[in-house]
Structures are given as C-alpha cells and as structure tokens.
Write a new protein. Structure first.
Length: 616
C-alpha cells in the first residue's frame, strides 16, 4: 500500500510523463534547443515506442520499420494533399490503420523465420518498399519530391478555431499524441499480453510449451509496432508540411535501432531519450562546431562509447543509479520451508478449477499404440504400446540412448512420430502442436532447465498460469494482469507446492540449482495438467536435494497422474507404482518395482546380469 502523496505504481510513469511534457518546451528553450528539433524528438520517440515493444519486450529485431513509417505517412499525406480530406486526425487514423494492416501482411511473411533470418527478411522488405515508393508508386507518393502541402491540424470548438502551425505552436499537438501513445504502450506491457511478450523474448520454446500461441503473439507485437510507425510517419508529414521520401530509406530503420539502444531497450522511454541525444548532438556538431558531413563519424564514436560503457542505455543507467542511491532496505526473506513441514505452512487461497475441465473417460488417461520415430536410418523408438491409468505414478527407466527423451517429446507433441497413435483423455492428439496439447492438460518438465532466466520466480509461474487461465491466445491488451480471474491463487498455490514461496521475488539467475529444478516442475504444475511428465527431475542434484525433491514429487502426485524418467533407480523405485523399461527404443519390460528388480532381462541390460536392478 502507498501512503501520503505517493502515487500507485501503475500511474506514476504516466503522471511524470505528463509533467515532463508540459515542462519540456520551457526547459529546452532555456537550453537553446530549436522547436523543430524538439518536435522531431517527439515524433521519433513515438516511432520508437512501437519498435521497443517489438524488440525490447518481444525480442524481435526488425530493420524494416521504415517501410511502415513511410506507408502510414504517405497514406495520410495523400489523403490530405491529393484526395481532398480536410480532417488531419481522420487522415492520421487511416494512415495508422493502413500501416497496421500492411504490418500484419508483412508479419505473416517475416515471422515464418526467427533470429537473423527474420531480421534479414525485414531488411529485404524495407528495400522493396523503398523501390515501390520511388518507382511504380511515384504517381501517388511524389517519388523523389515526396508530397508537399500537408496541412497543419486545426481544431474548432464552439466557434473557436485553433490551428497548430509549425514550430513551437505544433508542440502541444505532438506532445498530446506522444502522451496518448505512451499511456497505451504502458497499458499493453502491463497487460497479460505484455507478460507473454516478455516470455517470448526470454524463451519462446518454453512459452509455447506452457500453452501460449507464440506465433500469434509475435504477430500482435509486429502489428502494434506497425501502427505506432504509421502514426509517427503521418505526424512527420504534418510537422514538416510535406512527406519526405527518405522516410522509406533503410537508414531510417538503422537510426531507429541506434536511438533505441542509446536510450535503453525495453524501457519504452528509451527511444525518446535516444532520439534527443541523436538530434541534439547532430545540431551541435553540425551547427555549433561546423563539422559538416563528418558529424556522423563523431556521432558514431559517441554511440560506441555509450554502448560499451552504458550497456542498458541512458534510461537503464538512470534506473540502476536510482536503485543504487535510493534502494530501500529489503525485508528479510522467510526461511526455506522444508518439504516435510509443509503441513505447517499457511494456507493459500483456494485455487479455481481448470478453465477447461478434462474429458471424463473410463479408459486409461493416456494410450499409445505402435509409436515409432525414425531419424533417417536411426531408430529412436520402434512400435511402442503404452498406457497409463488415471491417478497412476509411472516410472520410465532405460540405459542412455534407450529413446526415453524422444518418447517423452512425442507424447507432448514436440516431435511428430513417424507412425503410431497417441490418445489422451479419449482424444487422438497425434500430430497436434505442443501448445494445443498443453491446453488439453498434458505437459512436462524438461531434463535441461527451460526457464525465463531474467524474470523472477513469480513471473515465471505467472507465465504458465496465464496460459491455463486465458487459453492459448487472447487480445486483452489493455487489461491488468493482476485482474485475471484466479491467477493470483494459482501462482501462490504453485509456489507453495514447489516450496518457492520465500523466493517469489528472486530472479531465476539468482537461484541455486536445486531451486531451479523445483521451479522447472512448478512451470509445468502451474498449467494445472491432468497428466504431468517429468524428464529426469533429479538430474544434477546433490543427495540431500534428491531426497527433498522426491518428497516434493510424492506430495504433488496426490490426485495427479505422473510419468517420471530418471536414472536414480533407488529413489524412483521407492516413489512409483509401476515401471516401464526402454532399451534400444523398444519396451523391454513393464511391471511393479519389485518385478523389475528381479527381471533377468532388465538386469542383463543394465548390469550384465551381475546385480539386481535398483540395489547397491
């Protein structure tokens, strides 16, 4: 709770932004800044907000934003100059919508690839749009001359008319547009969609595995960035009185990336700060120092210094300085709760049921028939028949290379089988995607931790719980993540189950290895699965951590169906009801732990028949 005159955290940034925008023209005029430069900073800052959502929050580096910037600007300018539109606001809105639609179409193409290939596609798209503007579409865009005569916005109210002309007279209009843009952006990044954006940035594979439609959310981020680019492009034409053709140039995209890096990636305000540094230094180097064309060399050196010594950018550096100087004393962390003292822990809020209840069936919860996976001439799994009863705790063992992990990947639809059938809860899921299968209630923890390392423990669990609460895709862009029905209870309950409540605010990178393994299980649990697959949950743990984790697994097994792979057969045999043994991709044996210990074929496979399996 806040006290006194302190503002609630969600509104603090908006209020400070409003105060800064009101004070900026007076401060900058005192510093000798040209009004046109200040206006241009606002336009580029608005342009950068969308790019920062795309790159800083979602992790998608695009060099094609100039295509969308120019598209929105040219459409708005054409409507005002050639089509006879009298409303500047309507023209800006149409230009923004057109840019968003074009961004959607471009995103469908560009997002077919990831990483450097995505960036290369956006470069190519930028060049295509530049060519179209200068050649086939020059009749409408003006070609090398652009579109001149773009009018300034005019407002009429109760007989009073006010025209926002160029220079300082246009600043209030541009400042209002920027303020609206930053308020909307802040709502987006605080929304459930914003949480998913950050999950995709950190680990897109795990974001999909816990039930989010990663491609759909990437496309949303791309369209948002396109809309901001289109609006900024329209404002550029209004600010200058003409729409310049260089808006389409690749250099525009490059400057946007540099300015965002200078100001601070993933801050929303970074592009504004970066644009201010870029433009004010440009004016100073060219105007005051008369450096001519060599100003780019000096500016490049400044950029190198900032990147090398202020890696989080200006805004990130100021945030770190604020935290260092005004850091509040952290409350003492609660002592770790041992797994065997769980009964004494305070009760957590009741957890709502699964958003989509499991389909009731009389047969096994999972049934596999003839499951086979070939990688070329390599047989990973061959003709596996396998079933698990509801509520059963099943173990899977086998020597290294027996095909256990591949078998798990096929069960969760990360890998498509060469042949065979997988039936879960009475539904054939063969060939489905991992996201859809998780939404049905089947998920797993990974052998190698797949966490969102730069986020906190609570944020990691929240990402998984959001998929269970909201489904694979939802456009609640302006809602608050804390208001998602049942989310807080789900997160609190999961943290208690994996004994990480006392570490909820810690970043994953600060956790001990055993805590990370528990969090790995917690991510799978937060989706409220009816069938949970655990791939070597004890791997890499110390003996004491193994004992504690076995107690944890026993506690979470109550009322759930679990399948566990692990090499520690002593602990596994104490925990499970039945054991399936894989060898060379086939089922070698199946039975109770005692039956498997005494199975001669299993002893031969593991120890050459010298000792009983599971005994020292």
């Amino acid at each position: 709770m806040t006290s006194g005159l302190s503002l609630p955290r969600p509104s603090r940034a908006e209020v400070l932004t409003a105060v800064a925008l009101v004070a900026a023209p007076f401060v900058l005029e005192f510093l000798g800044a040209a009004p046109d430069t200040v206006n241009r900073v606002l336009v580029l800052g608005l342009f950068g907000i969308g790019f920062d959502i795309l790159f800083g929050y979602t992790g998608l580096l695009s060099f094609g934003q100039s295509a969308l910037y120019g598209t929105g600007g040219m459409v708005a300018a054409y409507l005002l100059v050639e089509a006879g539109f009298s409303s500047v606001l309507l023209s800006l809105l149409i230009g923004t919508v057109v840019a968003a639609v074009v961004g959607y179409l471009v995103g469908l193409i560009a997002l077919r690839r990831t990483g450097i290939y995505f960036a290369m596609i956006t470069v190519a798209i930028s060049e295509v749009f530049f060519y179209l503007e200068f050649n086939p579409l020059s009749r409408w865009t003006g070609g090398e001359n652009g579109l001149t005569g773009v009018p300034a916005p005019v407002f009429s109210l109760f007989g009073y008319t006010h025209a926002f002309k160029s220079g300082s007279a246009l600043y209030p209009f541009l400042a209002l547009c920027f303020f609206i843009g930053i308020v909307v952006a802040l709502r987006i990044v605080r929304s459930p969609v914003g949480v998913v954006f950050r999950a995709i940035r950190e680990n897109p594979l795990r974001a999909a595995a816990v039930g989010h439609n990663v491609h759909g959310y990437k496309l949303v981020a791309f369209v948002i960035a396109a809309a901001y680019a289109g609006l900024a492009g329209g404002l550029l034409g209004v600010m200058q009185g003409f729409m310049p053709p260089d808006a389409f140039m690749f250099d525009t995209s490059g400057q946007l990336v540099i300015q965002t890096a200078i100001g601070g990636i993933g801050t929303l305000f970074g592009p504004l700060a970066g644009a201010a540094v870029w433009l004010f230094l440009q004016d100073f180097l060219q105007g005051t120092l008369n450096m001519g064309t060599t100003w780019k060399l000096a500016l490049g050196l400044v950029f190198l210094l900032l990147v090398c010594f202020l890696r989080k950018g200006i805004i990130g550096g100021l945030a770190d300085l604020y935290a260092m100087v005004f850091r509040r004393k952290k409350p003492a962390e609660a002592p770790a709760v041992r797994a065997d003292s769980r009964a004494a822990a305070p009760a957590t809020p009741p957890v709502p049921p699964r958003r989509l209840p499991a389909v009731a069936t009389d047969g096994p919860v999972l049934r596999v028939k003839g499951l086979t996976k070939h990688y070329g001439g390599v047989l990973a799994n061959t003709d596996i028949d396998f079933s698990v009863r509801r509520g059963e705790l099943r173990g899977i063992i086998g020597p290294n290379g027996a095909g256990k992990s591949t078998f798990f990947k096929m069960l969760t639809c990360e890998v498509t089988p060469t042949s065979g059938q997988i039936v879960f809860e009475g539904r054939d899921i063969t060939g489905m995607g991992v996201t859809d299968v998780c939404q049905l209630g089947l998920t797993k923890s990974y052998q190698v931790n797949q966490l969102f390392d730069k986020l906190t423990v609570a944020e990691n669990v929240t990402i998984s719980a959001l998929a269970e609460r909201r489904g694979r895709f939802r456009l609640d862009l302006l809602s608050n993540v804390d208001r998602v029905d049942g989310l807080q209870a789900r997160v609190a309950h999961t943290l208690e189950l994996v004994n990480l409540t006392h570490r909820a605010g810690a970043r994953v990178s600060e956790l001990a290895y055993g805590e990370k393994r528990r969090l790995e299980v917690g991510l799978a649990l937060a989706s409220s699965p009816s069938l949970l697959l655990l791939d070597e949950p004890l791997a890499g743990m110390s003996p004491s951590e193994r004992v504690e984790t076995v107690k944890l697994l026993r506690s979470i097994a109550e009322g759930r169906t679990l399948i566990v792979i692990d090499h520690d057969m002593d602990l596994l045999f104490e925990m499970v009801e039945r054991v399936t043994v894989l060898q060379e991709g086939r089922i070698l044996a199946e039975g109770t732990p005692e039956e498997i210990r005494n199975n001669a074929a299993v002893q031969e496979a593991y120890l050459g028949g010298m000792h009983a399996v599971g005994k020292p």
